[in-house]
Structure formats: C-alpha cells, structure tokens
Design a protein around this ligand. Structure first.
Ligand SMILES: NC(=O)c1ccc[n+]([C@@H]2O[C@H](COP(=O)([O-])OP(=O)(O)OC[C@H]3O[C@@H](n4cnc5c(N)ncnc54)[C@H](O)[C@@H]3O)[C@@H](O)[C@H]2O)c1
Length: 360
C-alpha cells in the first residue's frame, strides 16, 4: 500500500493550526511532526491535532525518512535556513509569507531549490486563490480595462503595542524584516503585483509614528511603483488605523476603472457597460471557498486551496501554483521600498518570474 504523504510543521504559533487543519482535510496525508523552539507549544498542538511526534530541533524531523514535506510557520528570518536545510534533505517545502526577510536569504532558498529541482517549493499567498483576486487578474489580462494607467494598493490595519510585545520577533528588523509592509500589507502587494504583472522600480518612504519605543520598524509607508505593464502604481499602508483590516485595490485603465475593498467591488465604471455587467456577474458567480475554522477572519479562505494545490503538485511532480521563486517578488518590492527610503531615490526591483508577467 502506498504510504501517506507525511508532513512536518515547523513553528507552532498562530498560523500553524490553519496549516494542520488544511493538511488534515486530505485522507492520503498525515501530519506526523510538530516542531517549535518552545517545545511546549509543539506538544500542545500535537495533543489537539493528534500529531505523533514533537521536537524543538527541526533537524530531527529532517532525519526522518518518512517525512515528505515541511511546512514552515516560523518568524520571517528563520524561513531561509529551515527551507534550505529541508530542500537539501530532500523534503518538499511550503513556506509562509513573507518568503524571507532578506534578499540573501531568499537567494539561498532559490539556490537550494535549483540544486533539488525535483522537489516542490511553494510560498504561501493564499489570497491568490480568492475568486475575486483571480477575477481581477483575468479582467486585466483579457483587456477589459484596456491599457492600464494606474494601479493602487492601500492597507489599513490596527496593531497595538501589546500585539508587538506578544512575540519577540515582531517589530524587529532582524527577525520580522520590517512590519506593516513585509507582514500585513504583503498579501495585497502580492495580489496587486500578480494582477498587473509585477514592478521594475520603486520609490518609497516609511516612518514609525505611533509605535516608537515599542518597535524599531515601520508603522506606516507610502511608495510609487513603476509597473512592468507600463502603468504607474501607488502603495499606502498603516498599522495604526482605526478602520481595522481594510485592504483596497484600485485599477484604472483607458476602458474602465475598478475599486475593490475587503474582497468586495466598491465601484466600477467601464466605457462599455456590458463589460461592467460581465465583471459583476463573474464576481458574484464565484463559489465561496471553505476556510478552516481556526484562522482569523482576515486570513480569508485560501489556505485549504493553496495546501490542496501544494499536495497535488507533490503527488503529480508538477510546479505548484505559487512557486517560491514567484512568491519572492512581493518581498523584493518591499525590500526595495526600505532601500529607497535609505537612499532617498528610485531603486530597481529584481525581475519577477516569467509567469508573473504573463498577464500584461
Ligand atoms: N498567511 C497568513 O494569513 C498568515 C497569518 C499569520 C501569520 N503568517 C505568517 O506565518 C509565520 C508565523 O507567524 P505566526 O503569527 O504563527 O507567529 P508566532 O510567533 O505565533 O509563531 C511562530 C513560532 O515559530 C517558532 N519558531 C521560530 N523559529 C523556530 C525554529 N527555528 N524552529 C522551530 N520553531 C521556531 C516560535 O517559537 C513560535 O512559536 C510568519 O511568517 C507570518 O508572517 C501568515
């Protein structure tokens, strides 16, 4: 009998149960290991989710020949060393966002994948599985908006000092790699870049206005983007907004404009009213994906879909829907904004994968 696909979860904090529950939806899959530096956290999760083995050293589970896949749910700076060791140990890797905290870290991950091209290496961006985000990408690639002029992303959320004091890695350049840009906004920066085909240059600035003393990183940022499709983009983010969680995407082309907030169409106007009607119908007819009942509402419902895709890629020996290489572009853009702030000028962004630009 064919053995089950065996999973190890590294990092047993807030997001880990969403991964475990999503993997456990698949009958041919077993979550065998829970690993955390704080081993009590691993033991607690193992008990709740009937996981056989626990450890505080991820190298122990890499030595287990049963383990096929490692899901990385740790702080940003540890993603790279864990992914490199896992790939070199012959394990498929699913890594939470942000793929890495530095370019060097992400280079090392991609190099490890190049050394082991038969393995699946995927980066989490669960909102790319949202029907609404896919519909927007299709509207752009099908030309419904015509040539794009402007594309914008705004992320408002509220993160208190207590949130940052809860875990030592948050609010640090070393371990989180930034804050509102690289952590909360990155989902929607990725969504926008995926919809429009990536960016080639950024110019931006950041500040810490309300969390000074609590964190060393940014609580607000603004940037301009030169997009590969020729349009100009803007980005605005703050983690000190009383609006709570409010991501907004706007797309303006010569044939139509769309504003989209929290997964809902706020406004659209098209040269041809039939195009507007088609978009509204397409948005409405999408099936509501099922999330897993353990994540926060704003995680959305994409984790089960992304994990199903990852497992299918492992079973079929194919590329995942979001490769690690693809998942780094949003991080490269964010790191570009930090650089631009320091250098006080536009900076180039590493080219995204061919797949990312195929829509424009
Ligand atoms: N996709 C999403 O919607 C979403 C939501 C929340 C968090 N995340 C991402 O998930 C990751 C984890 O976030 P979180 O909120 O669960 O953090 P967390 O602090 O709650 O949990 C992280 C855990 O990793 C452990 N850890 C750190 N280094 C380790 C190592 N070398 N070996 C074993 N364990 C280690 C820590 O002890 C901690 O328990 C981050 O990358 C974060 O950005 C994604």
């Amino acid at each position: 009998m064919k053995k089950k696909i065996t999973i190890a979860i590294v990092g047993c904090g807030v997001i880990a149960p969403t991964h475990i529950k999503s993997f456990q939806l698949h009958k041919d899959t077993e979550v065998k290991w829970a690993c955390d530096l704080m081993v009590d956290k691993a033991r607690r999760l193992a008990q709740i989710h009937a996981i056989e083995c626990t450890t505080q050293d991820y190298r122990e589970l890499l030595d287990d020949s049963d383990v096929d896949c490692v899901a990385i749910c740790t702080d940003h700076s540890s993603h790279s060393p864990i992914a490199v060791d896992a790939l070199d140990a012959g394990k498929h890797v699913l890594c939470e966002k942000a793929l890495g905290a530095t370019r060097e870290g992400m280079d090392a991950m991609c190099a490890a994948h190049q050394r082991n091209p038969e393995l699946v290496f995927s980066g989490v961006f669960q909102h790319r599985f949202d029907h609404s985000i896919r519909t927007l990408r299709r509207a752009v690639s099908d030309g419904a908006l015509g040539t794009l002029l402007n594309a914008g992303v705004q992320l408002r959320c509220l993160r208190t000092d207590e949130y940052y004091h809860g875990d030592a890695w948050r609010g640090t350049w070393q371990e989180e790699g930034g804050s509102v840009l690289i952590n909360q906004s990155i989902h929607f920066i990725d969504a926008l870049l995926w919809i429009v085909g990536g960016a080639s240059q950024v110019c931006g600035a950041y500040a810490n206005i309300t969390h000074a003393g609590a964190i060393e990183t940014e609580d607000c940022a603004a940037a301009a983007l030169r997009l590969n499709c020729g349009a100009l983009g803007t980005l605005e983010a703050t983690s000190s907004s009383h609006l709570g969680w409010e991501p907004t995407l706007s797309l303006h082309g010569v044939r139509g404009s769309i504003e989209f907030r929290n997964g809902e169409l706020i406004k659209s106007r098209f040269e041809n009213p039939d195009d507007a009607e088609m978009l509204i119908q397409e948005l409405e007819c999408g099936e509501q994906a099922q999330g897993v009942a353990c994540g926060k509402d704003y995680y959305g419902t994409g984790h089960p879909a992304q994990i199903a895709d990852f497992l299918d890629a492992v079973r079929g020996g194919r590329e995942p829907f979001i490769s690690g290489e693809d998942a780094r572009h949003a991080v490269d853009v964010v790191l570009g904004i930090y650089d631009s702030h320091e250098k006080n000028r536009w900076v180039p962004v590493r080219k995204p994968t061919a797949d990312a630009v195929s829509c424009c």
